[in-house]
Design a protein around this ligand. Structure first.
Ligand code: NDP
Length: 246
């Protein structure tokens, strides 16, 4: 069924953090990799080099997911290099926190543009272009459940992602394509750590009963389950991976 040899995975926002860990893991599992980034070219090329050194095949492709034509070009580049795309991991995302009353238009628009519109742009391409038998995984967040103060717009964009996930899974009936979301809890990456006082990082690290932050590899393991043969029967779901925080 889900034979991963010679199949191609496209991971958005794979220049660092969770996306880089996913790209490296899927390459180790046998996929050809398309490592997407928006501006961090050097970091993306390092991920490609690491995959190459480990015996895998990967290319880096610049595309800002909030841009429709750039997203189309990303899929064009993947198809030109590898002949087609089997797996899309919609990982690119940004997080900007503020109480709703202090959320300016730029903060709102940028998160909607990348997290919601960007995910939609890639989902639409994937729905039309993914090879039958493929897999789509979208990154959400456990904050959709936790509903913490200041996370309002960010969590709302991801709630939209979870809704699109479940509906697209149904719309792809007959194509043998699964569509799921993975919702991490606090995970040790730039997105979570940057700008947070150490005391908040420490407090949030202890929120889950497993009493630590997630690692990018923890999340990559869950994605690998969904993109590999063992996850083939999971479809239309949001899988929270957060050490038990909610
Ligand atoms: P990072 O900030 O570490 O990495 C984000 C990646 O996304 C970078 O590679 C960045 O590349 C890329 N990116 C950002 N905007 C765009 C865009 N418009 N188009 C293409 N690429 C883009 O984030 P994480 O690894 O922490 O997060 C990955 C995903 O996991 C996100 O969707 C996030 O919401 C989600 N998540 C993270 C959690 C955490 O605690 N870390 C918890 C729950 C969910 P470049 O620098 O080139 O822009």
């Amino acid at each position: 069924m889900k034979d991963i040899k010679t199949r191609t995975a496209l991971v958005t926002g794979a220049s660092r953090g969770i996306g880089a860990a996913i790209a490296e893991r899927l390459a180790a599992d046998g996929f050809n990799l398309v490592v997407n980034y928006a501006s961090s070219e050097a970091a993306a090329l390092k991920v490609v080099d690491k995959i190459g050194s480990a015996g895998g095949r990967a290319i880096a492709v610049q595309a800002n997911l909030s841009d429709v034509s750039a997203t189309k070009r990303l899929f064009d580049a993947a198809e030109a290099e590898f002949g087609g795309v089997d797996v899309l991991v919609n990982n690119a995302g940004i997080m900007k926190l503020a109480p709703l009353s202090q959320t300016d238009d730029a903060l709102f628009d940028s998160q909607v543009a990348t997290n919601f519109k960007g995910t939609f742009n890639a989902l639409r391409e994937a729905a039309n272009r993914l090879r039958n038998g493929g897999t789509i995984v979208n990154l959400s967040t456990s904050v959709v459940g936790l509903k913490l103060e200041t996370y309002g717009i960010y969590a709302a964009t991801k709630a939209g992602v979870e809704t699109m996930t479940a509906i697209l899974a149904k719309e792809l009936r007959g194509r043998q394509i699964t569509v799921n979301a993975v919702a991490p809890g606090p995970t040790a990456t730039q997105l979570f750590l940057n700008g947070k006082p150490q005391e908040i990082v420490d407090r949030m690290s202890k929120m889950a009963p497993l009493e630590r932050l997630g690692t990018p590899e923890d999340i990559a393991n869950v994605i690998a389950f969904l993109t590999g043969p063992d996850g083939a029967w999971v479809n239309g779901q949001t899988l929270r991976a957060n050490g038990g925080i909610i």
